[in-house]
Design a protein around this ligand. Structure first.
Ligand code: NAD
Ligand code: MLT
Length: 313
């Protein structure tokens, strides 16, 4: 029986990978330490590749991947994969769009609450032996308006949870209708409505040409003074220089960022601002989400090598 070589180049749940490990026609290689050069050197011997968001599957890598037939993305965003190059070479790209929705929505709510109550800043002060109750006065979420830009899987889950916090919710999404918004108990608005009305704005779009720098200088100008921003979607949706200026000028009171344009981010100027809280791209980092996406992507790889149709080519 022909054996297919599968490379896994980002950390994935072992439990989720078990079906692949047990498949007699798959030879699985887990190599999390290869740098770009090593990846380029070795990719030619693999039939399949599974990545999360860390490995950059560039055109150059794809062009070297002479045996590659399928790329599995254990997660939603495929912005780290040169899709056009893959298509040109007849390589199928599959993602796992549902498995981390809940975790990403929960992380967004955690960031929203931590931002509103300045929890990370207060915790840092305590760790430095400072008992300071005056500097960390927050705001309530109840009766505030949350603006959601992008009401897909995660945006919708965030909307339900925000209603549970007794927030008003207004959302903008080109595919949202008034009827759907009404059914969800939220308000339907244009992008400008969201920018103008919201006390907190959270973005949940994919990173596309159309959404790059969707929140830019002009957009910040339209917002309410004191607005707070959350990004647990993709770096690049927010123009980071514009956000920095808006915080320094006090137009924006705070921001919670799980993602930035270049990752890993350590010395970014936004991280130096007290008003900014951040996590290192942890939206999908739960046991459950990682197991879900690993199972979904494993099943697709197995289906593909068994000659069965994959779910989302
Ligand atoms: P989704 O495809 O279900 O939803 C995206 C929504 O954005 C769609 O409803 C679409 O109509 C809307 N949209 C597209 N262009 C728009 C525009 N110009 N303005 C407003 N809305 C627009 O995706 P999802 O699963 O909800 O994921 C949302 C984002 O979260 C993606 O960027 C994804 O990569 C990211 N994500 C991040 C993490 C993390 O670890 N931080 C985890 C999971 C997903
Ligand atoms: C995703 O797009 O699924 C997320 O960014 C999560 C991840 O890749 O870890």
């Amino acid at each position: 029986m022909k054996k297919y070589n599968l490379l896994i180049s980002d950390p994935l749940s072992e439990d989720g990978m078990r079906p692949l490990q047990e498949a007699s026609h798959i030879h699985m290689v887990m190599n999390l330490n290869w740098n770009t050069e090593q990846l380029l050197e070795n990719i030619g011997s693999f039939d399949a590749l599974i990545v999360r968001s860390q490995t950059q599957v560039t055109r150059e890598l794809i062009e070297r991947a002479s045996n590659l037939k399928i790329i599995g993305r254990a997660g939603v965003g495929v912005d780290n994969i040169a899709i056009e190059a893959a298509t040109e070479q007849g390589i199928i790209v599959v993602n796992a769009p549902n498995g981390n929705t809940n975790s990403a929505a929960e992380h967004t709510m955690a960031m929203l609450m931590a931002l509103a109550r300045k929890i990370p800043q207060a915790y840092l002060a305590l760790k430095q032996q400072k008992w300071d109750r005056k500097s960390y006065i927050g705001v309530e979420l109840k009766d505030k308006t949350l603006g959601i830009i992008g009401l897909g899987r995660i945006g919708a889950e965030v909307a339900y949870r925000a209603r549970g916090q007794r927030m008003n919710v207004i959302a903008y999404d080109p595919f949202l209708t008034k009827e759907k918004a009404e059914k969800m108990g939220i308000e339907y608005g244009s992008l400008d409505d969201v920018l103008r009305i919201a006390d907190f704005i959270t973005v949940h779009t994919p990173l596309l040409k159309e959404t790059r720098h969707l929140l830019n200088k002009e957009a910040f100008h339209k917002m309410k003074p004191g607005v707070q921003i959350i990004n647990c979607a993709r770096g690049g949706i927010i123009d980071e220089d514009a956000l920095y200026d808006a915080i320094v000028s006090k137009k924006v009171a705070g921001a919670a960022l799980d993602v930035l344009e270049e990752e890993p981010f350590l010395n970014h100027k936004l991280l130096k601002l007290n008003e900014v809280i951040a996590t290192p791209h942890l939206g999908a980092s739960t046991i459950e989400a990682q197991e879900n996406v690993a199972i979904d992507v494993s099943q697709d790889i197995l289906r593909f090598f068994n000659g069965d149709p994959v779910r989302n080519p």
